[in-house]
Design a binder for this molecule. Structure first.
Ligand SMILES: [Zn+2]
Length: 377
């Protein structure tokens, strides 16, 4: 048996006529293909005859199935290349018939869908109904407040500067006169990403001021708004993520009077002409002398209420003359130049301006809260 098989194979391979005559192999598949094509074409014809569409979506589905290039009819055309030449003509005729059938049906369905659409339009449309509301979005109150602050300072010559939210120890602490183990460092609970060398989420935007002073020569007048991070429990008055805006003015002969006048101007522009400003002595490592900035309470006009805890004043930020050490750390000659700096919480300003009682509302994304600010631009 084994010998016989081998001999047969040998015979086949040796018989050139058998091996290389193409029709010997092609003939059977051709007949089979022809029948298969016919059956397929008949099936598609039946499908087209039964097809229906009651709305534009179904009409589009029909178009994709039977009219588009990638439709079943398209595939029939694409199959033309596999049909032997002598059968191409007959096959082509059949396929063209299908195509025509599909297109006629398509026109029929278009008319059907159009007429049903116009019917429903004429019955459903009530011109006396009031128009439906157009929902207009708005800017977030913090964005609006930040923008307003920038506008006020831009008009008096401050430019805008930004810096990274992930800072090294030098820009966030050391250059700003926070020596190692200085108690002031403990005033700010910091999110450290790496220790030795320390990399942290910045605890204030003062780090941007350091970067500006390192890279620019006085006169410097810049405003740096941005997001800051402190490891604090979230409550109505505190959050671990909030926004600050800091201002810096460094030039020859800049004095405390310039600081006061700049902040008077800001308070009146932001909160109204009647607003009073008061400075309270304070301490920050990077300014000397330092002062807290209070404005007269917007709610009671200075008479005393819950918001101002009966004092008539509310704090909006801190300020002071830039410590000469900080200027020197940033490569600025402290004998020739002086400067002032101030910082405010954007949330705090927004809460005072719009009388918002809970800081958490800013980040809860409650549309009932947010849509109250829709009219602001
Ligand atoms: Zn008050």
């Amino acid at each position: 048996m084994e010998g016989f098989t081998q001999a047969a194979i040998h015979l086949d391979l040796g018989n050139e006529k058998n091996v290389f005559t193409p029709y010997c192999f092609r003939f059977v598949p051709l007949i089979k293909n022809k029948n298969m094509h016919q059956e397929r074409i008949e099936a598609i014809k039946r499908e087209i005859a039964k097809a229906d569409a009651g709305n534009p979506e179904e009409l589009e589905a029909y178009r994709i199935n039977y009219i588009s290039k990638k439709s079943v009819v398209g595939e029939l055309f694409a199959a033309m290349r596999d049909i032997p030449n002598e059968q191409k003509r007959a096959y082509g005729q059949l396929v063209n018939e299908v195509k025509q059938l599909a297109e006629e049906k398509f026109q029929e369905l278009i008319e059907k869908v159009n007429s049903s659409a116009s019917k429903s339009k004429s019955t459903d449309l009530d011109l006396t109904l009031p128009p439906s509301n157009i929902h207009v979005g708005g800017v977030h109150p913090l964005t609006a407040t930040r923008q307003r602050i920038i506008e006020i300072f831009e008009r008096i010559g401050f430019n805008l500067s930004e810096g990274p939210e992930i800072e090294d120890d030098w820009h966030n602490f050391t250059a700003l006169n926070f020596p190692e183990n200085h108690p002031a460092r403990e005033m700010q609970d910091t999110f450290f990403l790496e220790k030795n060398p320390d990399i942290a989420l910045r605890t204030h935007t003062s780090s941007v001021q350091v970067r500006v002073m390192e890279n620019q020569k006085p006169p410097i007048r810049t405003l740096s708004p941005g997001r800051v991070f402190r490891n604090e429990a979230i409550s109505a008055r505190a959050h671990c993520i909030f926004h600050q805006v800091e201002g810096l003015y460094v030039d020859e002969n800049v004095g405390f009077a310039d600081l006061k006048n700049t902040l008077y101007h800001f308070a009146k522009e932001m909160f109204g002409k009647e607003t009073k400003v008061r400075f309270r002595p304070s301490f920050f490592p990077f300014t000397e002398p330092s002062a807290e900035i209070d404005i007269s309470c917007q709610l009671c006009g200075g008479k005393g209420c819950n918001v101002c805890k009966g004092t008539g004043w509310v704090e909006i930020g801190g300020s002071g003359m830039v410590d000469p050490n900080v200027l020197e750390n940033c490569g600025i000659d402290s004998k020739r130049y002086t400067g002032f700096a101030f910082g405010m919480g954007i949330e705090r300003i927004a809460m005072l301006k719009y009388q918002i009682k809970d800081l958490r509302l800013f980040t809860e994304n409650d549309v009932r809260f947010l849509k109250q600010f829709r009219s602001m631009v």
